[in-house]
Every structure is written in C-alpha cells, then in structure tokens.
Design a binder for this molecule. Structure first.
Ligand code: FAD
Length: 449
C-alpha cells in the first residue's frame, strides 16, 4: 500500500532514513502541512521554507502535496484518500513538536512511524554512566563522539512517487533581501562542497570574524533539514586524512560546533521548559527592566554602538547574524539594558531564518548566565572592544551601517571620537557602557547575597 512521508524539519531526499523506510515499503506520497500553529514566523524564515519546499517538490518529481490545516486532520484525510498503510516521519524533539506528534499518533488509524531525527545522535540518547543527562558541553561532546553515529542513509535507486494527488500551491514568497540561496537541498550541498574545498581549512582562525565569509552558513539548511548533520560529519571524516595539521584543527572545531547543536537539542529534550524559562537558578530573583525604549532601539539597530547596530541590521535584512555578533548583541540586551533574555530570544526567533528553539534559547542563556555552561555572569562584553577585535578594519560595520561609511578603518567603532562622526544621522549612544556594566554587577551582587 501507499506510504505517506510527512516532511517537517527534514526537507530533503538524500540521507533521509524515514524516506528510505517508506520507499522500501511501497509507493511514497510526500506531504508538507502548513500548520498555522508552527508557521507564521518572520519573513526570512517563511521565504527560506518556500525555497526549500520548491526544491523538494522538484526532487520528488512534483509528487509533493502541500496542504494547510491541523496535521491530524489533514493526515487522516490523506490516509483515507490514498489508502495509506503508514505515515512516516523523522522523530521530533522540541516540546511543541513532540506534543503534536503524540496528538497525530492518537488520531490516526494507521501507524505513525518515526525513523531517525534531525540529529546525528537522537536527543536523549547520550547519557552519563548513571543514566542522567549531561548539563555541561565538554563531557557531553566526549560522550557524543564515543557514542558515534550511522553512515548517511542511501536512497533506494528508484523511489516510486505517488503522483497526481491534489494539494495547494506552495506558500507565497514574502519580499525579503535575505540571502536564502543556500536553503534548498542542492544549493546547500553546493555551498558545503565549496566550503570543504578550502575555506574550512581556515575555519578555526576565521570563524569569529563577521567581516569575513568564514563560516559555512549552513544553519538555515540544518534548521530546515535540507541537509542532515550526519552528511556533514561523514564528509569531515572523509577529507581529514588529506589535510594539514592546522586544517585538521579547523575540521575538529567545525565538528564541535555541530556538537553544540546536538547538545542544545539534548538539553531541550530533557528540559522542555528551558525553551522560554531560565535553565539554571544562578540568577533566581534577578531584577530585570521591562523592555522599553532601549529595547526598541536595540531591535532597530540604533543603540549608537556600531558593532551592535551592524548586527541587528544584518539580522533584520538577512534573517541571519554572525555568531560573534549574536553573542555581543545578546550581551548588550541582557547586561547593558538589563532586559530578561527571553525578550531578546523571542525577537531573534521571529527574525532568524535559522531560528531554532534549542540553539536560540540556549545560546541566549549561555550569554545571559542562566544556561548550561553559563559563561560567568560578571563577564560583560564591551561592545566597542569586541568590534575592534573581531572587525579590525571596521568593514562589517560599514557594510551594515551606511551612516558610518564616511569613517575609514577601525575608527568606525567609536564615531563619537571622530569629528563629524555622527553627522550622517547615526544616533548618539543610548547608554554609558561603564555605568551599565557596574549596574549589572550590582544587580548580580544583590542576587548572590
Ligand atoms: P558555522 O560556524 O558554519 O557552524 C556550523 C553549524 O554548527 C551551524 O550551522 C550550526 O548548526 C552549528 N552551530 C555553530 N555554532 C553553534 C552554537 N553556538 N550553538 C549551536 N549550534 C551551533 N544557531 C541556530 O542554528 N539557530 C538559532 O536560532 C541560533 N540562535 C542563537 C542565538 C544566540 C544568542 C547565539 C549566541 C547563538 C545562536 N545560534 C543559533 C548559534 C550560532 O550563532 C549559529 O548556529 C551560527 O551563527 C550559524 O552560522 P553558520 O551556519 O555559518 O555557522
């Protein structure tokens, strides 16, 4: 009988264990459900999703059926329509996704078969010797490596797609300037191949530099599942023996970043509440300010701190921000503006095309000092020094803040020291970093008693 593959965070055909399971059992009907409860995020994410779906439709020889509605209802109808024997999925690990899948399983008369997950190692699998979950990255990553993962799944030679089932057109594409060409399966793999061809050798050295194109930019593809991390990990192992010692350090570093993604998914699996609440109680009782004018200025990239503003403008225009700048902007909101990380995380989650609940919320908590490997709360990023260090010639700032393009070199990080530095409409600083740093430390001291 027919096998439905319900695509969610796995919008690809290669290295797709659930698709393999379905294709082995019979004709395959690929389905994507526009679930009003899940879609509806920012334009960059919606546009990335559209790009990935268009490619998936082509990869499935136009068999892909898109329908809108509550998944349990849409799937019941489709099961009846095609007389399906089973609905196949990649297992989900986010709290909302798990609840939804449990509901769907209840509602269906045929099995909901989960094969694989969007991770090399399924969240919840790697544990301490006593069976408890890890709370710190380094021991987790060691155990994760020791656990290992399967080789990428091979797609059967000829999938028999069940074609001609009626659906709705793909969701409309919102207007966006976002760089989304790598959202689809083929283009993500092309980007990856080009990255492996050279840039990855310098990853360790370049990954902290937002002025360079030194990272893979695969976060959107990983978010949508247009590539599976296991594909990337297998390629790293394959090329490593032929690379120099220095390059091998970079490959290890890249593998560690994939491990961070897996760690945060594991943490969320064990602690679903940490998506929108403090993971740890390090800062219980902390006094925060309600989001006000400062928060608005931060969202809009007009704080008067060039490195922070460049990041926030890259975010709103591209739906992506460099990791170093995510840390600096998050620190600015939580420690200079004293706003609870949840407000910032919510804004990021809406704006980011790669917005991923586990990585976003725990990335925020890492910076805020409430997370797993809490960076010490008292380590407050200086937004000017960070800019000078990681954007040494000021190129990143000038790219995103046109009002500062008349300032050459690193001086762009302190326009207030340049004659007419703010003359092109760039705002004055909304706060004094030294004062707010001390304020953050005072509030911390009050909590620590
Ligand atoms: P690369 O440097 O090429 O890394 C390769 C892959 O490793 C990334 O695509 C990503 O999947 C993973 N990775 C890298 N760094 C991290 C990290 N610190 N934590 C978890 N995974 C990582 N990443 C998201 O994918 N979605 C988010 O919503 C998200 N929100 C974040 C919020 C904050 C406040 C912070 C500090 C970090 C956040 N990150 C998030 C992590 C990181 O910033 C991005 O994964 C990275 O910038 C994506 O760019 P890239 O693909 O070029 O990364």
């Amino acid at each position: 009988g027919a096998q439905i593959v319900w695509f969610r965070r796995d919008l690809r055909v290669r290295d797709h264990p659930a698709l393999v399971a379905a294709a082995t059992a019979g004709e395959v009907l690929p389905v994507f459900i526009v679930d009003p409860a899940f879609v509806g995020a920012g334009t960059a994410r919606a546009a990335a999703l559209r790009t990935a779906l268009a490619a998936l439709s082509t990869a499935t020889e136009d068999a892909l059926v898109v329908r809108e509605g509550a998944p349990e209802q849409v799937l019941r109808e489709l099961v009846d329509e095609v007389g399906a024997d089973a609905v196949h999925i990649s297992g989900e690990s986010t709290p909302g996704g798990r609840r939804r899948d449990a509901r769907v399983e209840q509602a269906l008369d045929v099995p909901l078969v989960a094969t694989g997950t969007p991770y090399a190692v399924s969240p919840g699998r790697v544990r301490k010797a006593d069976g408890s979950p890890f709370r710190v990255f380094t021991p987790f990553s060691r155990a994760w490596l020791a656990h290992g993962w399967r080789a990428p799944a091979e797609l059967p030679d000829a999938v028999r797609w069940l074609r001609g089932i009626e659906g709705e057109p793909l969701p409309a594409v919102p207007e966006t300037e976002a760089e989304l060409s790598w959202a689809a399966e083929d283009t993500a793999l092309e980007r990856w191949a080009a990255f492996l061809d050279g840039p990855i050798d310098d990853y360790d050295e370049h990954r902290d530099r937002p002025d360079l194109d030194g990272t893979s930019r695969l976060s959107i593809a990983l978010k949508l599942g247009t590539v599976h991390p296991r594909t990337l990990l297998a390629d790293l192992d394959r090329i490593a023996p032929r690379r120099s010692k220095a390059a091998q350090r970079s490959l290890k570093r890249f593998q560690a970043e994939i491990a961070w993604r897996e760690f945060y998914a594991d943490v969320l699996w064990h602690h679903p509440r940490s998506a929108w609440r403090d993971f740890g109680d390090q800062l219980r009782g902390m006094a925060y300010d309600e989001p006000g004018e400062g928060f608005e200025a931060w969202c809009e990239g007009r704080t008067g701190f060039p490195f922070v503003d460049a990041g926030m403008r890259q975010l709103s225009s591209q739906g992506w921000m460099h990791n170093r700048v995510r840390m600096v902007t998050a620190s600015f909101l939580t420690k200079d503006l004293h706003v609870w990380w949840v407000h910032g995380a919510r804004f990021f989650q809406e704006q980011l095309a790669d917005g991923d609940l586990a990585s976003n919320s725990h990335g925020w908590q890492w910076t805020a000092g409430t997370g797993t490997d809490a960076a010490p709360y008292f380590r407050v990023f200086n937004p000017v020094v960070q800019g000078q260090r990681y954007d040494p010639d000021g190129e990143y700032v000038r790219r995103w803040v046109p009002e500062l393009r008349h300032i050459a070199g690193a001086a762009v990080h302190e326009p207030w020291k340049v004659a007419d530095g703010c003359a092109q409409g760039y705002p004055e600083r909304i706060l004094d970093h030294a004062v707010e740093r001390q304020e953050a430390l005072d509030r911390l001291a009050a909590v620590k008693g």
